[in-house]
Design a protein around this ligand. Structure first.
Ligand code: PHE
Ligand code: ZN
Length: 880
């Protein structure tokens, strides 16, 4: 815990390390509060660093034990200094030398869950970004790559399983019921990829043969009794390994691949070399306990961590500013994997939904930062949607711009050229420039300029000459620290729809780079298409080719036409969203002026026609029928936001749709009855998701019949997806059935923490005045714990980020509640405390009353001392 303001680290100040560490020998003796780590480092001066400087190793809350050794001999006290945050060797040898340091740790007391800690009865580690320095003194920076050999010793009964990175070398019994295991990882790696696990865990095993014939033993370690729930994760792992060979030519490179699921974990999962450690939420699934969304989450996180083996591990980041080099790229890879496993357009829609609901608001508020930030005070706060999801969009644009083949050549070149290195974004982009012959200098602006570009389009149709023109202007809003922005490269996939619904042949405009692709490079462009017989309906940014805000004023007729006919399924969905968004924004405005929520018969009709279609794609139909979220509307409105009006507008439209197309909804719903045996594949998941959407609309429409339907679905459900969708629908209505269902659920799943997380989150999201008290009460529920990040995220995060009307209560009680929780949590787990503050990312767009109250809560946090670097950094930025 740091009490003073953390100092800013700047990309421009990067300097190569003064020393390198070639090998690391760790000897870890797991022994409760007396746990000892002996670290033997082979160091040498870095030819690229400064000569003759002291050696300063990083530490965080460390305690040195015994006297350090230099080349085997004890150091005298004057030659070194050890504090909790640094070990300094004043005059290190000019050549290679060996330093041996011992630290003493108490893993059970480590509530930050960074470094070596306990989760349940197991010992485990989390080192990214700067957790290794909480285990031993080290050059804790990603450009110091070393070969590790790790010996772990523990009580045989307490920790029969002992794992570390790389391949197993040796194991055996010792006196006093103790045993040991030695692991060796031949691939040089930065210390953030170090991991070890020791515990009493169950395991499921499988194997895999790589394309070139290497045999790999696969294992997933879980709590005893949960073995069966790891089967889907294992299946996803094998599919990921095969896919990376086929799609990117990347094979696995060790003899074993181990995954360990733990229940206390700050993030989703961690890609430690050969030993991925997972939040058990992203491993464990059974049809009774996990929803389709959970299965999909497991598939994509398993894939994500596995793909890091090449993008992150074999090639890592030079410094933490380059975080997107591994994260944006790996998200892109896992999104492509999911699209190949499931439905391309539907997955694209769901990724864009995610981007818009989290990254766009981040990019529009006080926490906005470039995909590659150039300064940070706490790196933990940069594991953001901007680095991850916008980072993935940037890679996707690159592929769109240079084409599939050049993209693959660029990736191949990157792997060949930088394998074993710690690289930068410039080095990565250079590979694509070389492979494609494109000049990508301007493209690099995507990494340095924050803010979502607005692309403003106006159309001109000249019937007499048959000329259709698009004037396209780009504008990048100011973001913290960046007021003047340069125009960016924006690839717009597009088509022009004729009245028959097909794309018209594009007249020739020299600047249409490829069939269906416009590339913006300057602030303003005009594109002209000649020889058209009628005014077309434009379909721009198809498949969301760029992560922009497209502003074009199309009529409802145009939008509803595109929603039905656009050849690009993403844009069918988008057109529908645009039509609904416009209506809802107007409706919210009228509600604030005392009016009633607006309906629009043609929107309901469009939904009905998709539901009734003979060749219906269930998953797509579900997406098509879901209204823009409250967050989407908040961002769209932008200033002077009243969350209650937005909620009322949205609810009103749902009610109107429900009333108008009830027969279609009922027919659709009953046509999708539960078919019994559950499989998590995309097609059956799509079926269940449409069933859920239909039920939700029916229930919002009110009426005891619909509620009875939901109650029946809840009670008869043979899988968690159907049970949850029924409960979610019921949670939106203030009716006795709701409480009955909630208590039944609590009883049924009393011993299933991951399932109760769903129960916490649903209750936290109830859009009613009583919810804050309910949440306060649930914090005393026996299943809740402030020590477990998943519980906190479900209940507190569910309230703060999943309940716009109640978090933003006009009396400010929601803000004060969050401030209380953040202040209580900060001394224990600053990383999770800071994450909760994400709920304030759009506070400046609120109407005056709420804005003043939100500011007051933020100021109250800011006034407390000491605050962690994590919380202090975010609060300062929020208030700046
Ligand atoms: N690197 C992890 C991932 O994206 C995320 C993570 C970051 C996990 C920091 C733990 C701590 O796969
Ligand atoms: Zn990652």
């Amino acid at each position: 815990m740091r009490s003073e303001e953390p100092r800013a680290v700047r990309l421009a100040d990067y300097r190569a390390p003064d020393f390198l560490i070639d090998t690391v020998h760790l000897d870890v003796n797991l022994a409760g509060p007396e746990t000892l780590v002996v670290s033997r480092l082979r160091l040498r001066p870095n030819p690229a660093g400064r000569a003759g400087v002291p050696l300063v190793l990083d530490g965080d809350a460390l305690r040195l034990s015994g006297t350090p050794l230099l080349d085997g001999a004890e150091l005298d006290a004057a030659s070194y200094a050890a504090t909790p945050t640094a070990f300094t060797l004043h005059e290190p040898p000019a050549d290679a030398f060996e330093l041996t340091l011992t630290t003493k740790l108490d893993p059970a007391a480590n509530t930050q869950l960074m470094g070596l800690y306990r989760s349940g009865s197991a010992y485990c580690t989390q080192c990214e970004a700067e957790g290794f320095r909480r285990i031993t003194y080290f050059l804790d920076r990603p450009d110091v790559l070393s070969v590790y050999t790790v010996r772990i010793e523990a009580d045989r009964a307490e920790a029969p399983v002992l794992l570390a990175n790389g391949n197993p070398v040796e194991s055996g019994d010792l006196d006093g019921n103790r045993h040991f295991a030695v692991w060796h990882d031949p691939f040089p790696k930065p210390c953030y990829l170090f991991a070890l696990v020791g515990g009493d865990l169950a395991v499921i095993k499988d194997d895999f043969r790589t394309a070139s014939g290497r045999h790999v033993d696969l294992a997933i370690y879980v709590e005893h009794g949960k073995e069966e729930r790891a089967a889907y994760a294992m299946d996803a792992l094998k599919r990921s390994m095969r896919w990376d060979e086929q799609a990117f030519g990347r094979e696995y490179d060790l003899d074993v691949f181990n995954i360990v699921a733990v229940s206390d974990f700050n993030m989703g999962a961690m890609e430690n070399k050969g030993l991925n450690v997972f939040n058990d939420k992203y491993v464990l699934a059974s049809s009774e306990t996990a929803t389709d969304a959970d299965y999909a989450g497991i598939e994509s996180v398993i894939a994500h961590e596995y793909f890091h083996n090449w993008t992150g591990n074999r090639i890592t980041c030079r410094d933490w500013f380059q975080l997107c080099l591994k994260e944006g790229l790996t998200v892109f890879r896992d999104q492509e994997f999911t699209q190949d496993m499931r439905s391309r357009p539907v997955e694209r829609i769901s990724d864009v939904r995610g981007l818009r609901s989290v990254q766009f608001p981040e990019d529009a508020g006080p926490f906005a930062h470039p995909v590659r930030p150039d300064t940070y005070r706490e790196i933990n706060n940069f594991y953001t949607a901007t680095v991850y999801e916008k980072g993935a969009e940037v890679i996707r644009m690159l592929k769109t711009l240079i084409g599939v083949d050049a993209f693959r050549r660029g990736m191949d070149l990157y792997f060949a050229r930088h394998d074993g290195e710690a690289a930068t974004i410039e080095q990565f982009i250079a590979c694509f420039a070389e492979a494609s012959g494109h000049d990508l200098k301007q493209f690099l602006l995507w990494y340095s300029q924050a803010g979502t570009p607005e692309v403003i389009v106006t159309e001109h149709w000249d019937a007499s000459s048959g000329t259709y023109a698009l004037d396209i202007r780009q504008h990048i809003p100011a973001t913290p620290g960046q007021t003047d922005k340069k125009p960016m490269v924006i690839p717009l996939a597009f088509g022009l729809l004729g009245s028959d619904g097909n794309d018209v042949d594009l007249g020739s405009d020299g600047r249409v780079k490829r069939e269906g692709l416009i590339v913006l490079t300057s602030g303003e462009h005009r594109f002209e298409f000649r020889g058209l017989k009628e005014r077309p309906v434009p379909s721009l940014n198809r498949n969301f080719s760029s992560p922009i805000q497209l502003k074009i004023d199309l009529s409802d007729n145009d939008l509803l036409f595109a929603a039905r006919h656009d050849g690009d399924q993403f844009n069918c969905w988008q057109a529908m969203q645009s039509a609904m968004t416009r209506l809802l924004v107007t409706s919210a405005k009228e509600i604030r002026e005392g009016g009633k929520p607006l309906g629009e018969p043609r929107i309901a009709e469009a939904i009905a026609s998709v539901l009734n279609a003979n060749d219906r794609d269930d998953a797509f139909a579900a997406q098509f029928s879901i209204l823009p979220t409250e967050t989407d509307l908040t961002r769209e409105i932008g200033t002077n936001v009243d969350p209650d009006a937005i909620y009322a507008a949205r609810r009103g439209l749902k009610e109107a749709i429900s009333a108008q197309i009830q027969p279609s909804l009922l027919a659709c719903y009953s046509g999708l009855a539960d078919q019994g045996s559950y499989t998590p594949d995309a097609k059956s998941a799509g079926r269940r998701s449409l069933r859920g959407v239909a039920l939700d609309l029916l229930v919002v429409g009110g009426g005891d019949e619909a509620i009875a339907l939901a109650e029946r679905q809840y009670a008869d459900a043979t899988n968690m997806t159907d049970r949850m969708s029924a409960l979610a629908s019921l949670s939106q209505v203030d009716h006795p059935v709701r409480e009955r269902a909630f208590s039944d659920f609590a009883e049924r799943f009393a011993n299933e923490p991951l399932v109760l997380d769903k129960w916490f989150a649903l209750q936290a999201a109830i859009p009613e005045r009583g919810t804050l008290d309910r949440v306060r009460g649930l914090m005393n529920h026996p299943a809740f714990s402030m020590g477990n990040p998943n519980r906190i995220r479900s209940l507190v995060g569910g309230f703060a980020s999943g309940n716009p009307t109640q978090f933003n209560r006009p009396d400010g009680a929601g803000y004060e509640f969050l401030a209380d929780v953040v202040l209580e949590l900060d001394p224990k787990n600053p990383q999770v405390a800071a994450r909760l503050l994400g709920a304030f990312r759009s506070w400046k767009t609120l109407e005056n009353g709420r804005r003043a109250l939100a500011e007051q809560a933020l100021r109250r946090i800011n006034a407390v001392s000491p605050l962690s670097a994590d919380v202090s950094d975010l609060v300062t930025r929020a208030l700046a």
